[in-house]
Write a protein that binds this ligand. Structure first.
Ligand code: DNO
Length: 352
């Protein structure tokens, strides 16, 4: 496996490239042009700037996370063709600097959802926390108001500048079923995958986090069965997945080890992290160590070894430790510890 590290860019990350350089085994940075709104073409000169920066430190930038999908594509509305054209242009632009994998998600309206970005763990550190009942009992429109009044609650997709359109989006999604969403994903993939094939760029869909419906919005990247359906939408190795252990692993009916074996030819990017599930459906992220959470991270790494995985892998969210001030889930210390654990397991399995 090829170890990579997510980096949000000089202006958006507390972690520097020179710090990342000192984490053993990291070969590349996982990057994105975060300031470009979903749906717009990523300009070549901006892509080149990133590449130059990565080159300075000897990192590859083979993996992009993410090129976000415009809501009209997920909704299947008439403007989608123009946005798909833009997506195709972005794929070509990224291919021209050698990008190999594009991670994306197909979650309506927003990305991952948590109720507390600083949930307390018994060791005194903090981590992303999800309280099931809170999410189930909240009226999304109320939430929009709450966030507008308290920007510190902002999660991805809930940025203050997007709040005005959120209400319209909720209305637009009211009549969209999970099957409609799947059909809209098919329409997108049928147009984009041939371009990916021609340009040697693999698409890797990220699971929904959490992998169930939230706020009445449909979600489809949730289970092994759904992932199989997605793979079958367009039968090409370029139509692949980002297997995120933490996102999928909060459902007890998801078996990550089994999925690694089932999808071995279609996993283009692996996110590995642990999470602790509570009886009442709440969960909190933990260190990567198997015994700290509910997922068998050792068995997961073993499964990657068994399939002869040669793709990209990154540690996923980490706890906030040692008083680090950082983007929630994306500090330096705990992710670096996570890498050393993953690489320790990997070396032990590879060299036995
Ligand atoms: C969370 C990430 C996700 C992921 C996107 C991919 O930290 O795993 O935000 O980047 O869903 O599109």
């Amino acid at each position: 496996m090829k170890m990579v590290f997510r980096w949000f860019g000089e202006e958006n990350d507390s972690v520097t490239l020179s710090q990342i350089k000192q984490i053993p085994s990291v070969e590349g940075v996982v990057w994105a042009l975060h300031d470009i709104p979903a749906g717009e073409v990523w300009p070549l000169e901006r892509i080149q700037e990133y590449k130059d920066l990565a080159d300075e430190y000897g990192f590859h930038q083979d993996v992009v996370e993410s090129v976000n999908i415009h809501e009209s594509i997920k909704l299947g509305s008439p403007e989608r063709d123009a946005y798909i054209d833009n997506y195709i242009q972005t794929v070509k632009n990224l291919a021209s600097v050698g990008v190999k994998v594009i991670c994306y998600n197909f979650m309506p309206v927003f990305d991952w959802v948590r109720t507390d970005l600083y949930g307390r763990l018994p060791d005194g550190s903090t981590a992303l926390f999800y309280e099931k009942e809170k999410v189930e009992n909240i009226d999304p429109i109320e939430l929009v108001r709450l966030i507008a009044a308290n920007p510190e609650y902002t999660m991805p997709g809930w940025e203050p500048e997007r709040l005005e359109i959120l209400q319209d989006l909720f209305t637009a999604y009211q009549s969209l079923t999970a099957d409609d969403l799947m059909e809209n994903l098919r329409y997108f993939l049928e147009r984009v995958i041939p371009v990916c094939e021609a340009n040697d760029v693999r698409l890797a869909i990220h699971p929904d986090d959490p992998p169930w419906e939230v706020f009445g919005l449909p979600r489809i990247v949730t289970t092994q069965e759904r992932l199989q359906q997605i793979i079958d939408l367009v039968d090409s190795p370029y139509n692949g997945i980002t297997l995120c252990s933490g996102a999928l692993g909060v459902r007890k009916d998801n078996n990550i080890v089994e999925m690694i074996h089932a999808f071995k030819h279609r996993i283009h990017f692996a996110h590995i992290r642990n999470v602790k599930l509570m009886e009442n459906g709440d969960f909190i992220e933990t260190s990567h160590l198997t015994s700290d959470g509910s997922l068998p991270i050792d068995q997961i790494v073993k499964a990657y070894h068994e399939i002869g995985y040669q793709g990209y892998v990154r540690p996923d969210h980490g706890r906030h430790i040692w008083e680090e001030v950082c983007r929630p889930g994306y500090g330096l210390y705990d992710r670096a510890l996570g890498i050393m654990y993953l690489m320790g397991l990997w070396d032990a399995y590879q060299n036995k």
